[in-house]
Write a protein that binds this ligand. Structure first.
Ligand SMILES: *[C@@H]1O[C@H](CO)[C@@H](O)[C@H](O)[C@H]1NC(C)=O
Length: 313
């Protein structure tokens, strides 16, 4: 019996001795380790890491969009001639679906994008106007390398309403190029090297020949007189040295800033023989950046809804 009790006691002591270090380790070291780790983690996130992360992010993120954009551009350049295109509405003739062939051997609607009556040929390094589907109403060839416009470029384009040749290298436009186009309303030839504004039909509503080299002899006499629907005439940044009168009553905006206009007559805009005459539409005249003193002709603005913008000194 005694021996049995000793054995039981011995077993109990053994159990306690064996269990106690594990227990204490768990409680003390494990929990301490854990707490410390947690604290470190918190420190890293709250103070250390965000600061370290920021420079990393900027280093990696800023160059990335550029690379992506470059890749995209290259892809687009390579793919653009083969992109599937919408079929131009009822384009007749030989190029039934894709329009007539260009000099590069591709139908125009594979080279450019044809949508309804609109033909978009922007930024394609074109040296000349491509042959267009007969039903083209709006033609865009911005940011190309076109140097010259010939009458044959738009011959018989009876539905053409708008031509936008912004930012090319055009130095000459054959004078009667646009005269045979019965529906033409908008011609945008800004940012080129034109010294002569070509003749334009009476159907015009918008003419933008800003940023060219149009000088004193560059505009036909009474060029805009019969354009009874003309709303916008933009000749900013040229070398024009007079206001191209007479201006149609329909005109809303006349932009002539940064030219070489030195003089204005009292009847440039108004009618001195008829003080009841009011030119209601013309509310936006820009003459700033010209060597003209608008204070010298106080009677010149009495028929206008607003005084022109320019030097009143
Ligand atoms: C502009 O014209 C007004 C009126 O004739 C004149 O008083 C003024 O001195 C002129 N200003 C300049 C800078 O020539």
């Amino acid at each position: 019996m005694r021996i049995f009790l000793w054995l039981v006691f011995g077993l109990f002591v053994l159990k306690v001795v064996a269990a106690s270090p594990r227990f204490s380790r768990q409680v003390d070291f494990d929990s301490y380790d854990y707490d410390e780790r947690e604290n470190n983690v918190e420190d890293n996130y709250e103070y250390g890491e965000p600061e370290n992360e920021k420079p990393d992010r900027s280093d990696y993120n800023y160059p990335e969009p550029e690379v992506v954009a470059e890749e995209k551009e290259e892809e687009e350049e390579e793919e653009s001639p083969l992109k599937p295109q919408a079929v131009p509405q009822g384009s007749g003739g030989s190029g039934v679906l894709m329009g007539p062939d260009t000099e590069k051997g591709l139908p125009v609607c594979l080279l450019c994008t044809c949508l309804g009556g609109s033909v978009y040929c922007d930024d394609l390094k074109l040296n000349r106007v491509p042959p267009l589907p007969k039903d083209t109403t709006h033609f865009y060839a911005r940011y190309n390398r076109i140097t010259k416009i010939s009458k044959s470029d738009f011959a018989n384009m009876n539905k053409l309403k708008k031509i936008d040749l912004t930012a090319n290298k055009i130095t000459s436009i054959e004078d009667r190029t646009f005269m045979g186009l019965p529906e033409l309303e908008e011609v945008i030839i800004r940012e080129n090297h034109i010294s002569q504004l070509p003749a334009l039909p009476e159907t015009m509503t918008l003419i933008d020949a800003s940023h060219n080299n149009i000088g004193s002899k560059g505009i036909h006499k009474e060029a805009f007189k019969d354009m009874t629907s003309l709303l916008y005439l933009y000749l900013t940044d040229n070398d024009v040295d007079y206001i191209p009168v007479p201006l149609p009553d329909s005109l809303r905006s006349l932009h002539l800033q940064r030219n070489n206009i030195q003089m204005m007559h009292e009847d440039t805009f108004c009618n001195l023989n008829d003080f009841n005459y009011i030119r209601n539409a013309l509310e936006d005249i820009r003459l700033d950046g010209n060597p003209i003193n608008l204070s010298k002709t106080p009677q010149a603005y009495i028929c206008l809804p607003r005084i022109p913008i320019g030097n009143l000194i």
